[in-house]
Design a protein around this ligand. Sequence first.
Ligand SMILES: C[S@@+](CC[C@H](N)C(=O)[O-])C[C@H]1O[C@@H](n2cnc3c(N)ncnc32)[C@H](O)[C@@H]1O
Length: 270
Amino acid sequence: MDVSGRANDREHPRIDASVAHSARVHDYWLGGKDNFAADRAAGDAVMAAYPGIVESVRANRAFLARAVRFLAAEAGITQFLDIGTGIPASNNTHEVAQAVIPDARVAYVDYDPVVLQHARVLLTSSVPGTVDYIDADLRDPGKILRAAAKTLDFSQPVAILLIAVMHLIVDDDDPYGILAQLKAAMAPGSYLVLSQVASDIETEQVAEARRRYNNLARETQQHRTHDEVTRFFDGLTLLEPGVVPVQRWRPASELEARAKSTMWCGVARR
Ligand SMILES: C[S@@+](CC[C@H](N)C(=O)[O-])C[C@H]1O[C@@H](n2cnc3c(N)ncnc32)[C@H](O)[C@@H]1O
């Protein structure tokens, strides 16, 4: 990879073990094996500045599972567009959704070549025709929507998932414009599920963690305030309890509710 393009450039990334990448650092924090020394160094640097990072990413995964289960079991959603898939971990979107609705359809999107390799396994282990993988960049939502239309019917309700990915879209990449394009494709009854790292929880530790990450990683992180995250849901109706730390979004147990995180999240309906 051309390391000159560290700041979220649009060059399609090739696997480069020498520079940390968000999918692999995230995998490291979750205890996975798909990471290199550079990813572990960046992960450790963040952990030294903010020791709660592992608890935070786990709480975010638990939010993902609760939100998808809610959508499939209670909101009648059968179609999911999961952008920023990550390296498979426990409770991937299609597993949670298809446990409730066996033929629920899921289109995954990521731009990481390691995630792409896993996608081949993911696709062959799923119910044929229900899971698709799109190798695309969130900064090109038009391409994503065109490709996803092969699996998902956008005239019907769809849940769009942006879980732990918007902090990798810097303001120069027009995050609110990207959201506007995605929301315009959502039929009435569709849902937006979003989480991203906060700039106003554990402010100093998390700012230091971001500085360290940005020095070592390919992508630049941009953390956002509660108000900035709430703006992503403009034009939609936020479900209770609104934009909250991930562990507070309808926790399934006292244990889940007591977790600590530095991530805002919300679920909203069109
Ligand atoms: C922190 S991981 C989150 C994974 C998963 N959504 C979760 O919450 O467990 C962020 C993922 O977003 C992907 N990503 C980051 N920027 C992206 C972009 N511009 N387009 C597509 N995927 C992107 C990364 O490759 C990585 O897999």
